[in-house]
Write a protein that binds this ligand. Structure first.
Ligand code: SAM
Length: 232
């Protein structure tokens, strides 16, 4: 099994950008050593390609980048002999990491770091055989999964039409169905949280009611390289 290269983006080695940002947004990034120590507490999950992680105030993604690095190392170790298999599971790994941040520059940097990590490993492995369709699928998924939003109000920071009615945060679930087919279902974050809380209460009461949230939108299965073709 090979390990993906370390990313060189700041602030991987810098925990504070400015006093103002600390005062305004509590922006203090977690150092790599602490991130890895915490992730080691759930090591098996971080190495499961499809286990889903949400970092609700993700900054530039210090946790998500290490989670993706671990998952991609598993993908590389298991599937490198077949480019298609590698692509399918690398896309699935990317699709399993989610983040929210209130600052747009952090959101953009987080998406870019995750993309660059994937691309460095993918291009390093397959060189000229690496395909732009796969890069486009990864970029599209990261555009949906790393959200510019407020994790307290559970709303996006700005309305898509520029008005002052911010829309609820909606997460896309991505799942491989059969072979290379991928299914997307969208869920309101608030409903996922409400349901999760209710389930916890139900478990406390020894009521094993299943947790099956209702999607707000469901898309037909498509080839995983074409997930971006739905357009939004
Ligand atoms: C302490 S930093 C942590 C960043 C990252 N999780 C880490 O450990 O390196 C907090 C981040 O939360 C963001 N933030 C602050 N308030 C937020 C809110 N209401 N919703 C989403 N993000 C928020 C800030 O922009 C900042 O990037």
């Amino acid at each position: 099994m090979t390990t993906a290269p370390k990313d060189k983006h700041p602030p991987a080695d810098r925990q504070v950008r400015s006093r103002q940002r600390v005062a305004d947004h509590g922006e203090v990034f977690t150092a790599e050593r602490e991130v890895n120590a915490m992730l080691d507490l759930v090591r098996q999950e971080t190495e499961r390609i499809d286990s889903r992680f949400l970092e609700p105030a993700c900054g530039t993604g210090n946790f998500l980048i290490e989670i993706l690095r671990r998952k991609l190392a598993v993908v590389d170790g298991r599937y490198k002999r077949s480019r298609l298999e590698y692509e399918r599971y690398a896309v699935l790994a990317v699709s399993s990491v989610y983040g929210i941040d209130i600052l747009l520059d952090n959101v953009l940097e987080c998406r870019r770091r995750l993309f660059d990590l994937f691309d460095a490993q993918y291009t390093g492995r397959y060189k000229k055989e690496a395909r732009d369709e796969c890069r486009a699928a990864v970029a599209y998924i990261l555009g949906r999964n790393i959200i510019h939003g407020d994790a307290l109000t559970l709303r996006q920071v700005s309305s898509p039409d520029g008005g002052d009615d911010p829309q609820p945060i909606v997460f896309s679930e991505w799942a491989l169905t059969t072979g290379s087919w991928m299914k997307r279902r969208d869920y309101k974050f608030r409903e996922l949280l409400d349901r999760a809380e209710r389930k916890e209460l139900a478990l406390f009461a020894h009521d094993r009611e299943a947790f099956i949230p209702e999607p707000v939108r469901e898309f037909p299965s498509v080839h995983f390289l074409r997930v971006g073709e739905a357009g939004d």
